[in-house]
Design a protein. Structure first.
Length: 390
């Protein structure tokens, strides 16, 4: 039995790995959008040798002017060359960057008409790629060290999810595809593959997928209705207006917002469905003669215990990025009736509560599916399981 389970898990791993390879080489169609080959420039890392802040005007929180940096290019056709780069300050704490000697920055190198000499160098931002790679590798190493082969399969699911969003979801939405339909299909497919990486292609995966996908559909339906009822426009999403002004005015931002609701909560629904199906499977393994109804009730009790923390998880996840906004409301003494009527707050209310609706739907549906597919049925005495405290 263990050998069969292991083989099924490895089959899922092979499928996932094959999809990762395909997605890595899958063109999005936007590779040359703003590429250096078009605008005659390169984006390369550079080491900052010295800075000149003499022309910067400092008026408290606001800084304006120009910072001049002496930099050394670290890659590209002019690697090793030293140039002067300019960092323009616009008086925005959110967008402005201040550099110091010894730091590494990402710079835009522009060439002359012949492309042989450097015409100018502009500072883009601090160079963070190396640190991000180190952080990601450390996370993967810890995951594999702690969970072994299961951790390695979790790494595959992590990579597959990132590539699916970047190589499939984002390009299709940019091309005008219905983001709700694309998001639902993509999330459902990822749900099946990710759960299969844990259990393999078996009845536990089937029960988990039924519960998670059913919760996904519930979340999508309520999200669509709530967005329309609350008169929420998709422009509440960060950088959404910049997307329209970049030549994509045909996009339906509100539909993209609707898709983000169930995509954002799909991970929690997947987690809950796996917990319930795994718990029911363990009970059934100990009591093979357990009736289906009792197996379902065991799954329901596990779901009740898990839902109490899962809904709070969504609340903390969504509200964490809006702490500064909440502080502004409190500092200015904004009445709560105004706060909850702001579309930015209402959009987060939709994210949290609608996602919680999906979690509530996942628990009984997964419990029912797990009891139906995992228990063999019978007339044995009911299993004595302590009831969860109310």
């Amino acid at each position: 039995m263990n050998d069969i389970k292991t083989k099924r898990a490895w089959v899922a791993s092979a499928v996932c790995l094959a999809l990762i390879v395909v997605l890595l080489f899958l063109p999005t169609g936007y590779e040359n959008a703003g590429a250096s080959s078009i605008d005659g420039s390169d984006r390369v890392p550079a080491r900052i040798l010295s800075v000149d802040d003499s022309t910067i005007k400092d008026t408290g929180l606001v800084r304006s002017g120009e910072q001049v940096c002496q930099i050394q290019l670290l890659s590209g056709s002019h690697k090793g060359e030293i140039h002067r780069a300019y960092n323009m300050l616009n008086g925005s704490l959110e967008q402005d960057k201040i550099y110091k000697a010894g730091e590494t920055a990402l710079v835009l190198v522009s060439y002359d008409d012949a492309g042989a000499q450097v015409a100018s160098v502009s500072m883009i931002d601090h160079y963070r790629i190396t640190g991000e790679i180190i952080l990601l590798c450390a996370f993967f190493a810890l995951l594999v060290l702690f969970a072994g082969w299961t951790g390695l399969r979790a790494v595959l699911s992590f990579v597959l999810s990132i590539l699916s969003i970047w190589k499939v979801l984002v390009p299709l939405c940019l091309n005008g595809a219905n983001p709700i339909l694309v998001g639902a299909l993509l999330t459902a497919g990822l749900t099946v593959l990710i759960i299969a990486l844990v259990f393999g292609f078996n009845r536990i995966t089937l029960a988990s997928c039924i519960g998670a996908i059913a919760g996904l559909l519930v979340t999508a339906a309520i999200g669509i209705v709530s967005t329309n009822a609350f008169h929420i426009h998709g422009a509440v999403m960060s950088f959404s207006e910049s997307l329209l002004y970049s030549g994509y005015e045909h996009l339906n931002l509100t539909q993209i917002f609707m898709a983000s609701i169930f995509i954002g909560s799909s991970g929690a629904m997947m987690d809950l469905s796996v917990d319930i199906a795994a718990a029911v499977n363990e009970v059934v393994q100990k009591r093979p003669d357990l009736p289906r109804f009792e197996a379902m009730m065991c799954g329901m009790r596990v779901g009740r215990a898990a839902m109490g923390t899962m809904t709070t998880t969504l609340l903390l996840a969504y509200s964490g990025s809006y702490i500064a906004l909440l502080m502004v409301f409190m500092a200015q003494g904004t009445p709560l009736i105004n706060v909850f009527n702001y579309k930015y707050v209402a959009s987060e209310v939709i994210h949290t509560i609608v996602g919680s609706f999906g979690l509530v739907a996942v628990a009984p549906l997964t419990a029912a599916a797990a009891g139906l597919f995992l228990a063999k049925g019978g007339s044995a005495a009911p299993l004595s399981v302590p009831k969860a405290e109310n």
